[in-house]
Each structure stands twice: as C-alpha cells, then as structure tokens.
Design a protein around this ligand. Structure first.
Ligand code: FES
Ligand SMILES: [Fe+2]
Length: 376
C-alpha cells in the first residue's frame, strides 16, 4: 500500500535535540508529492533572490525569472522604482517579456501585440474596440512584492509575508560589517546536478565535515579544527580561520585573507566570502531529483588586469563544485536505496543541517495542518 503524504510528513521529529536528532527521511528527497508541496509552501512563500542590483541600475532595465513555476519580470521604472510582475499577458497568458534581461521603454506581448508600461499598466490592446465591460485599468500586469538587500533583489509570491528584513533576520547584521557592496559582479555559471535541491543544501551545511575528505586542496588553506558553526533565525554562518599553505598553489593564490565566511539563508541562498572575493549560490529545484545551482562570482577588482587572476579563482571554485556535485549525485542514488531511511547528525559539525530540516518541516507541515483542519 502506498504511504500517504501525511505519513511522510509525520515521519520526522523536529522536536529532537541535535544530539538525538535524525535527518529528514529519505522519502522527502525522492517523493514527487513533497516536491510539489515545497513549490507551494517553501518557494511560493519565502523571499527568493531573483536578480542582482547591477542588472537593474537604469530605468527600463529588466530581468526575467522563474520561481515555483511562475514566470516573472523585474524592472526598474522610469521613476527609478523597482517593480516585479507576473510575466503573464492578461489577454491569453503568453509570456510578455521573452529576453532573459535587457532594457525596454515598453513591454510588447509577442502574441497579439498588447503593450504594457514599465509600471505594468496596459497601454495598448490592438483591435479591441467594442469589447463589452473591458476596463484597461484593470488589465495591467499583476504585481508582486520586490525588495532589495545589499546587491540582491528578492521577490515573494505570497502577499501576506512580512518584510524581507524580517525574513533575513540576523543575517543582515552578520553580513553588514563585511562590506560586500564593494565587490563587483564578474561572471555567472550555472551547474545542473542530478540530485534533489536539499542534497546540495545539506552538503553545504555540514559544518566542514566533508572538507578534509572531499576537498583536499581547499582543506589545505582552512584551519579545520577552528571551524565554527552558528545558527540563528533562518541563517547559518560557518566560518574558519585561514592558514598559509603551499599544498595547492592555485588555491593558496586565490583563497587569501585571515578568515572565510560561509552564510546560508533558508531555504536556498548562500554567500561565500574570502578576501576580495565572493560567490553566491542559488539552489533551484528542477523536478524531484535534479537541481540547478546558479553561481555568481564577484571580485574587488574586475578590471582587465585582474581578469586572469579572477578566472583562476573561478577555476578553483569550479573544482570544489565538481567534487561536491559528484558526491551529491551519489547521495541522491543512496537516498533511493531500500537500505537507507534517515541518518544521524554530528553534534560538532551538523547544526546547520538540523536548522534547515526543522525550518523546512515547519513550512511543509503548515500545509499538513491545513489539510488536517479541513478534515481531508
Ligand atoms: S496573449 Fe498577449 S496579446 Fe494575446
Ligand atoms: Fe563541499
């Protein structure tokens, strides 16, 4: 007999202390129903990073995005106001803006030519005279909430959630002294992994547990024993002092400074900082057993003279990511095995994963409670 979604959701104890806790069960990583629920209750209700401020500097600059299967467009208006809309034509639902990013004075739907202002208002609807009760002012693009923090633009599909600052909580003060605004965007790379999005997040949040085993070159510049893990609100900060090393020349040359900071914000956004370097990771589910991870690389110097060093730095990051990708894909296969149900967590290392699993369970069970209350 098939196990019900309610049974699956009930099979995780989010009250257990870290030293008694288990991970969320394997079924949460492989069941289509959990993935559908996450789309609605996690990605449809949390603030999600969808663009960078440098993409939206001038009036008319726009970026399109997809979030929880919703097509979106984010645009800087002629009044300099940032706005976000569902990228869905009010006529017959085609995507109005088709480019990934660009600049426009007006948005014209490619299907029947309806046009919209940068403020979303319907400007033109060809051959629509004589349509009874059609009110142009009620047929603009449908807006959604958009806010900026540091150089990141976030949207929220849920009109009833509290502000972005509330959602980010302690992350704002944690990041603020690190002055990330001085770092400039250099390049984007997107990695497709054959694993559930949570496998990638878990791997990120294991408190450096895997670093000595999986990332030998990276490990040579970290003081692994001094690695710290702090959890608060919806974020986790992992940090490590750096040590001088000649074990791997490329890593030693591009991962410098006294300390490294790795911030994770629930559910799927990471900020990784070394001296003069930042990369952000946005983990987006693509079905239940694939995900795409968008890496944006930033440097303090993005001039031509620094470009070779910057590329070397990205190559170092890419090697670490290849090592992570291979293990994440192996984990996804293991999660499907009859031999595995759930695992225990290292008290020294895995508090971040514990926080992630509890936050996720709370979000998914809000729905579960709704279902129970409705007597379904
Ligand atoms: S669907 Fe956009 S104009 Fe018809
Ligand atoms: Fe890793």
């Amino acid at each position: 007999m098939d196990i019900s979604l309610q049974q699956i959701l009930a099979s995780y104890d989010d009250q257990a202390r870290l030293d008694r806790a288990y991970t969320i069960p394997a079924s949460w990583y492989v069941d289509q129903r959990v993935a559908a629920l996450e789309r609605q209750k996690v990605f449809g209700r949390t603030w999600q990073a969808v663009a960078r401020a440098d993409q939206l500097l001038r009036p008319g600059d726009f970026v399109t995005a997809e979030l929880a299967d919703e097509p979106l467009v984010i645009v800087r208006g002629s009044d300099h106001q940032l706005r976000a809309f569902y990228n869905v034509c009010r006529h017959h639902a085609a995507a109005v803006v088709t480019a990934e990013q660009g600049s426009a004075n007006i948005f014209r739907c490619p299907y029947h030519g309806w046009s919209y202002g940068l403020d979303g208002s319907l400007k033109g609807a060809p051959e629509f005279e004589g349509v009874c009760g059609f009110d142009r002012s009620q047929n603009g693009l449908v807006p959604l909430r958009v806010e900026q923090w540091e150089q990141f633009i976030f949207v929220n599909l849920d009109p009833d959630r509290s502000s972005l600052a509330d959602f980010l909580g302690g992350l704002v003060d944690g990041v603020s002294p690190l002055n990330i605004a001085q770092l400039q965007f250099f390049e984007r790379r997107i990695y497709s992994l054959k694993c559930n999005w949570k496998v990638f997040v878990d791997n990120y949040l294991d408190g450096g547990y895997h670093v000595p085993h999986l990332h030998k070159a990276l490990n040579s510049v970290l003081d692994y024993k001094q690695y710290t893990i702090e959890t608060e609100d919806r974020y986790c900060l992992q940090s490590s002092p750096m040590v001088a090393s000649s074990a791997d020349a490329a890593t030693a040359a591009t991962r410098t400074g006294d300390r490294t900071w790795y911030f994770w914000q629930y559910p799927n956004f990471m900020i990784n900082l070394y001296q003069g370097y930042m990369d952000t990771n946005l983990v987006l589910p693509d079905g239940v057993d694939c995900c795409n991870v968008i890496f944006d690389f930033y440097f303090d110097d993005v001039s031509e003279s620094a470009s070779e060093r910057n590329r070397q730095s990205i190559a170092v990051g890419e090697r670490v990511n290849d090592e992570d990708a291979a293990i994440c894909q192996a984990v996804q296969r293991g999660l499907r095995s009859r031999a595995y149900g759930a695992g225990r967590l290292s008290v020294r290392r895995e508090a971040g994963e514990h926080l992630f699993h509890r936050l996720l369970a709370a979000d998914l069970r809000r729905e579960y409670r709704d279902v129970l209350d409705a007597g379904v």
